[in-house]
Structures are given as C-alpha cells and as structure tokens.
Design a protein around this ligand. Sequence first.
Ligand SMILES: [Zn+2]
Length: 466
Amino acid sequence: MVDIYVRGGWIITMDNERRIIRSGGVAIEDGVIIDVGKQDQLDKDYKFYADILINAERDIVLPGLINTHVHLAQGLLRSCADYLSLIEWLKDRVWPLQGNYTKQEALASAKLVVLEMIKTGTTTFLETGLVGRYGPDEIIEMIYSTGMRAAIARHIMDLRGYATRENILHEGLVETREYSLNDTVRLIKKYHGWGNKIWIWFGPRTPGAVSTELYREIVAKARELNTGITMHLSEVRDDVEYTIKNFGKRPIEFAHWLGLTGRNVILVHVVWVEDFEIKILAETQTNVSHNPSSNMKLASGAARISDMLKYGVNVTLGTDGGPSNNSYDLMREMKHAALLQPLRTLKPDAIRAEDILEMATIRGAKALMIDHLVGSIERGKRADLIIIDYWQPHLHPLNNPISHLVYAASGYDVKHSIIDGKIVMFNRRILTVNEEEVITEAEKAAWSLYERASICVKPDLKWPIT
Ligand SMILES: [Zn+2]
C-alpha cells in the first residue's frame, strides 16, 4: 500500500535531467516520493493499492513553488502604499503601519498571506524578518499548523536607518543588539529543523539600519549555528550612494567585506550592481532573490538577472509584500520575471521559461539549503507537489507546458497542493485552515490598524465610492 498515487497528464520533475513525463505517476508514502515514472509501469504497483488515488490526467504536476522573499506582516498593507518610491514608501506608510502592529494584527496578517500562498501554489517560503513585537512564536506555530514549509528570518535592526525620519519609527522595529540576537538564538534552539519544515534564519535589515559590529556578529552566529542570513541589498540607487559615501564600497563589496556572502546568504533585490559585483556573488555562491513586481512598482530598477545567470549566480524568485507587489502569487511573479529581462536588454531571448521555472523551484530549494528535501519530484525527496488543471482555454493548445506555466497560467489555476505528503488543498479547498475565518479576522485587524496609525483609512482612489 502507498498513501497517495497521483496519475498526471504531465509530470514536470525538475530533476537533474529536467525530465518531463507524459502520462506519468508519482507514488507517495510517509511523506516521501517513493516512485516517479510512466503510468504504464507504475499502475500495476500503485493504482489499486493506494489509500488516495488522484486522477490528474488533465493536469500538470510540478514541484511546489518556493518563494524566497515574503513579508508576512505586510499582508494587511495591500494598497496602502501605491505610487511611491522606496524611501517615501517606507517612511510615510510601511514603517509607521508595521511599527504599529499588535500581536493579534501581525498574526492575522501572517495567516492571510499564508492562505494566499497555499492557494497560489507556494509550498515553501522565506519570511524576511519577524520583529519581536509581532510575537514570532505564535506566527511560527501557526505556519506549522497550516502544513507549510518555511524558513523564517528573525528581523534585526539596531539603527534607525538612513531612510528614516525622526519620530515615525516605533520602538517595535528598532531593537537592541542583545535582544534581537538573543531572541534569534532562542528561536533557533526552539524551532530550527522542526519536523523538517521550519528553519530559523537571521534577518538583518539593509545597510544603515544595522551597525557593522552587529552584522559581523550575525555572520559568526549563523556560521556557528549552521543557518542562513537574508538581507535586502542594493534595491535602489540611494542604497549604492549610502555604502559608497559611508564605507567607500559598493553594496556587494560592502556585504562581502562583512562576510555577508556565501552559500547560506540570500540577498534580496540586488538591482544596482556592476559586473565585478556579480562576479563576487558567483564566486562566493551567494544567492539572489529577484522580486520583479516590487522593483517595477516602486520604480526601483530592473535587476540584471539574465547576466547573473550567465555568470553562474543562483537566482531565485520572491514576491515581496502586500504594499509592494501587491500579491503573493508566485506564478504571476514568474511571468513578470520572464517579461522584465527582454524589456531591460531589448533582447527577446534574454531569459527562457525554463530558467524562470528553475528559479521558482529547485534554485529556491538550493538557496534555502533544503534541495536534498524539496525542489523537484524525485524518488527519496519529500513530497511537495502542486497540480494544475490545464483543461482551460488559456492553457491550450498544450504543446509546451513550461511556456504555459510561465506566460499563461496564474496561481489560481492550482487545483491541489500536497506538502510533505499531506494534501493541504484539494479542488481549491484548503483542508488545514478555515478560510472564512482568516479573511474575516484580517479585515477586522486591518481597519483597527489603519485607524490607530491614521494611515490608509481612506482608499487612495480618484473616483468617488458611493
Ligand atoms: Zn522586501
């Protein structure tokens, strides 16, 4: 007997050979993929011997998507910061709102974001930085209860940041060096590696918001405790000016000088870089999280992703947050990533759909240092897979499933989601979360937050609502 046998129209494995199996099957037992292959070979062993048989013959089966840059606490801020560039966006809207969160509001926001991600095909994500005041323990336990897999960075920020203005930052975002470091270590001891589904990372903020001594301590601690570090870097041109002016170094040089490069580091955005900086990233095997929607919306710039791939940098994909994207749908992000490089380079073949799907799956797993567990559909890996209904007009004629997934599909085409061998969504119904409750709670929490912060109380809309 096996627990689940999926019979799919197409299986996109993302294994080393990048095999695509037509009329294929995947057998799952105890959370592990025990067999992958053609149905005519697998049926005899599993078709009549599975507890659950999923008939997915009109579907595409692929590894669960991996989102390497998420702000769970920005879920309630969707549409609260449109039409602004990064510095104003942070100063006038995002930080005053985020710094005002109560624990209940932060939890409501995180639940809403996790729900949206499951519904759009993400099975693993990297949260960029939970602040102490959000109640990280409750949020981590909530994530675990939904069945999601996640690396969760603990926010670290001991300076006010070059972008900040007096009196707008609530103490909630700036924490003392001792408190944020000790709390990260506490969370690592309590949760790191929990069920092979939860990992705790360090989440220092951008240069100017963290002292160089603290950066160095983070690097040493992450090495000692064998975990990762994620940080926003070189997102806008002001970031380059800041490190040059204060340290005489461009942002990647600055990060490398502090030891903030390497296989356990995911740098986010990395828009403004010179060739020699890309070389540093490649040589040190530092990972990059590309967030094209956020970069376009905030007019930050177009990251040199096709160049980075040529140099051998491991580039992954992230959505960023509610006020910068304003969606957590990684399928949509794949399309934006695919469109931005031809526009940037004026070359239609600057990047291929195959590259993009790698960024959203196996490359993400590698960056999170869990590619031995997930990121592809292979015998022996944990069973994280999503099933997409292709019997829809926008996915026909079906001659190239990878092209369709990247350019034509959206997260709302995901029909079923299996994480760690458990069915988390079936026929678009989430089995681990009460959707109605999550949405109602988020709606209530958002309005109390807006009123307390006196921001976003009225929609930024030129037309009257009657
Ligand atoms: Zn971000």
